[in-house]
Design a protein around this ligand. Structure first.
Ligand code: ADP
Length: 760
């Protein structure tokens, strides 16, 4: 049965059944044909490839075409139509007609393919496949992707079309295959064409081989010429090399090195003399010698061991920090008795901005040692500390040796910053490597991978820092002398600002007039514009204010609260604690990496499934505290156990976004639940810190000083803390102990009596 399709003429291009082609159509007529075909002819279009460009009329067009499926069409921004067509079948064209003024259509009829004798067809298929295989084996440019399709398909017509579209045949040849309806004939022609292609390939290979032989000869000549050049070079530069080598010998002679190291370096210098300048090895040796020979093997700073002057320097640069100052005083005293003692490995632990880095720098200055800082936050690759082997491209010594070289002395103070943020992963464990660097028993013979020879680090004073003790790897922690630097109270900050920060700013700005600011104003600034354990932000805002006052050119240098508000646009949004007006809310004291803080614990209880839920980014330990608190109350006789029947307890910790964990909120959670159940509110000026056991015992906590400072800074008046922490109170600034009512408790009964029973 005949049917009609629109005709699209494809010049220079042939589409075969099963073949997919991509086209970009520019002309309006073709685009129209495709659009109409999609709409009216179920995405089918008849592709006709004219035999010659000069067909005068439709009568000269071929009588065979390929029905093609419009697989996709995309209108591009430049107006072109991008098209993917897939050939479906050859058809016989009965008649071309005029569809519209510029479009023709054709009535077509399917071709009934002749049946072939099965054995004959089988032989042809085998021959076709084998010949194709031979071609693919010999041709470097043809992929074997076609072989699978060919071996899996038995239809001869399909096979011939698939192979024809795969082969790099000229378009005219493909055209012939398109017009040939008899697949057996196509197969025989194809076998012939593939054989011709095989012969071409063989011939090409032969030519290539000849060219290659000739090239090899040329290459040989080139190689010899290069060799001669190299020899000439070596002869010419011989004198330079001698000079360089003797320079290195001179340096080496002036150093007092262990014999083995000395011999090794002599060997290296001799090797340099033998190595041609053009060899890559040459640069490697020079680099190595430059590094090793310029290390401060025997050069030390003359340490200042005058206790008075050392302390003077530290006190001048830093307020408080008594423990570290005391440790340095002890160190100097002992050093004065025995200069050979091993250096301590001090680790300063505290929140950001409390002076860890700057006091270390100040210690270096006070002792008249050089100073170098290595930051190890995020470090996971130990070679960064101890170098990579010379054989690696771009190899360098590690940060320790780099620091030593920079300091030009072998006894600097090296600060290793943020050791609690090192990462242990597949690249190695930097903590264990650091241990070798720090250990006084081993670091006398510290070997950097690049330097390869032992360097004595025992005179170096290592000071480490960390924000929190929790994340210091245990093996390392075990060897450290821990000194805690805690948050500053508002009054300490006031003192630091007046005596240290402002004078430093005046000095830096070379100011003769000083700022006139009342203490209250400074406290207002601290409370409203800084939210930190240390004084880093305070330093920043003070600098801004000084700049503003100076540039305002006003008569006096006074600074008032309204002016602060004017100069500093944004105050930090401390969570301002509203007065507690309803039961079920209490203050808890917590400790984070940034110092102590006051948290609000909220408890809700409502009818529903009998269970406990928690929100507010609670870690596992905190969640357990919630369960323990609930069980403790259920078992106690504070409330009737019927209060829990078919009720859900919901505990929420503000602020919800920041992750919280740690074992010190049990008492606060217990109190929040009881407050809710007994319908008695807790005063906003009370806060709690302590863990609770199932039996109501209150267990000691860490970070008491930080927590009490936070309580004080946040206007808390009374705190309940574990009795087990009483010894830590000696450490708390007097200002706080005098202004906070601190109640030591060892069992929850005491709190219950204080807060609930008395009011019953
Ligand atoms: P950290 O290393 O603990 O993060 P820094 O040593 O960088 O803190 O200190 C931050 C800023 O605060 C520095 O400008 C430093 O001088 C100042 N600072 C911190 N503590 C004190 C202090 N006790 N006395 C004087 N200035 C201090």
């Amino acid at each position: 049965m005949d049917y009609t399709l629109l005709v699209m003429l494809l010049k220079d291009l042939v589409i075969l059944p099963f073949q997919e082609i991509k086209l970009e159509l520019k002309d309006e007529i073709s685009k129209k044909i495709i659009k109409l075909s999609s709409k009216k002819y179920n995405d089918r279009v008849l592709i006709v490839s004219p035999t010659s460009y000069k067909e005068a009329s439709v009568d000269d067009l071929p009588k065979i075409g390929v029905v093609s499926y419009i697989k996709s069409k995309i209108e591009l921004s430049n107006g072109n139509l991008r098209l993917t067509l897939r050939g479906e079948k050859r058809v016989k064209i009965l008649d071309y007609k005029s569809f519209s003024e510029d479009i023709i259509d054709a009535s077509i009829i399917d071709i009934i393919l002749p049946k072939f004798e099965p054995t004959g067809e089988e032989v042809i298929k085998r021959k076709l496949r084998n010949t194709l295989n031979d071609l693919i084996n010999i041709s470097p440019n043809l992929s074997n992707s076609i072989l699978k399709t060919v071996s899996e398909n038995e239809d001869l017509s399909f096979l011939t079309d698939a192979i024809t579209s795969f082969l790099p045949l000229p378009s005219s040849k493909k055209h012939e295959y398109m017009l040939e309806l008899n697949s057996e004939k196509r197969a025989l022609s194809l076998i012939k064409d593939i054989k011709i292609e095989i012969n071409y390939n063989k011939l090409e290979e032969k030519i290539d081989n000849n060219v290659e032989i000739r090239l090899s000869k040329e290459q040989e000549e080139y190689y010899l010429k290069e060799k001669i050049k190299e020899i000439e070079n070596t002869l010419n530069i011989k004198e330079d090399e001698e000079e360089l080598a003797s320079k290195y010998y001179d340096i080496l002679e002036k150093l007092t090195l262990p014999l083995k190291t000395n011999d090794k370096l002599i060997n290296e210098i001799n090797k340099l003399k033998r190595t041609p300048k053009t060899s890559p090895e040459y640069g490697v040796i020079i680099n190595y010698l430059e590094w090793v020979l310029t290390l401060p093997w025997n050069k030390s700073s003359n340490e200042n061991l005058n206790v008075k002057s050392v302390l003077n320097h530290l006190n001048k640069s830093h307020y408080g920090l008594d423990e570290i100052k005391q440790r340095i005083e002890d160190y100097v005293n002992i050093k004065n008795i025995n200069n050979k003692i091993t250096n301590p490995i001090i680790c300063l632990i505290g929140p950001p901005g409390v002076g860890k880095t700057t006091i270390t720098k100040s210690i270096a200055e006070a002792l008249n040692r050089e100073y170098f800082k290595i930051s190890v936050a995020g470090l996971n690759d130990a070679t960064e500390l101890i170098g990579s082997r010379r054989t690696y491209l771009g190899a360098l010594p590690g940060k320790i040796i780099q620091g030593i070289k920079k300091c030009e002395t072998n006894n600097p103070v090296i600060l290793i910053d943020e050791i609690d943020k090192m990462v242990k992963d597949y690249k190695g464990d930097p903590a264990s490597v650091l241990l070798d660097v720090l250990d006084p028993n081993q670091n006398k013979n510290f070997i950097d991978n690049y330097i390869e020879e032992p360097f004595d680090l025992s005179q170096t004073l290592f000071i480490l820092t960390a924000n929190s003790i929790d994340n210091i790897p245990y093996t390392l922690y075990d060897r450290l002398e821990i000194i805690n630097l805690s948050s500053y109270t508002v009054f300490e900050k006031l003192d630091i600002a007046k005596k240290y920060i402002l004078p430093k700013i005046y000095d830096e700005f070379k100011m003769s007039k000083k700022l006139i600011m009342k203490d209250d104003t400074l406290i207002y600034l601290i409370n409203n514009y800084t939210k930190e354990a240390g004084v880093r932000n305070l330093t920043r805002v003070l600098k801004t204010l000084v700049t503003k006052v100076v540039s305002s050119k006003k008569e006096s240098m006074t600074l008032t609260i309204p002016e602060i508000k004017n100069y500093l646009k944004e105050s930090v949004n401390e969570i301002k604690f509203d007065k507690i007006e309803i039961p079920g809310i209490v203050n808890a004291l917590a400790y984070t990496n940034l110092g102590g803080t006051v948290l609000r614990v909220e408890a809700s209880i409502y009818n529903g499934e009998e269970k406990v839920i928690t929100t507010g980014s609670l870690g596992d330990i905190l969640k357990e505290s919630v369960y323990v608190a609930t069980s403790f109350i259920k078992e106690s006789d504070y409330v009737s156990s019927t209060l829990f029947y078919n009720r859900t307890i919901h505990i929420h910790l503000l602020d919800a976004a920041s992750k919280k964990d740690g074992p010190s909120c049990g008492v606060a959670i217990t109190t929040a639940i009881l407050s809710k159940l007994l319908d008695q509110k807790i005063d906003s000026t009370i806060s709690f810190s302590g863990e609770i056991s199932l039996k109501g015992n209150i267990l000691p906590i860490g970070g008491l000083k930080e927590k009490l400072i936070a309580a004080y800074n946040n206007g808390i008046k009374k705190v309940y803390i574990p009795e087990g922490n009483s010894k830590d109170l000696l450490d708390i600034p007097k200002q706080i102990t005098e202004n906070l009512e601190i109640k030591l408790v060892n069992n929850y009964n005491v709190i219950y009596k204080d807060l609930f029973q008395e009011k019953k």
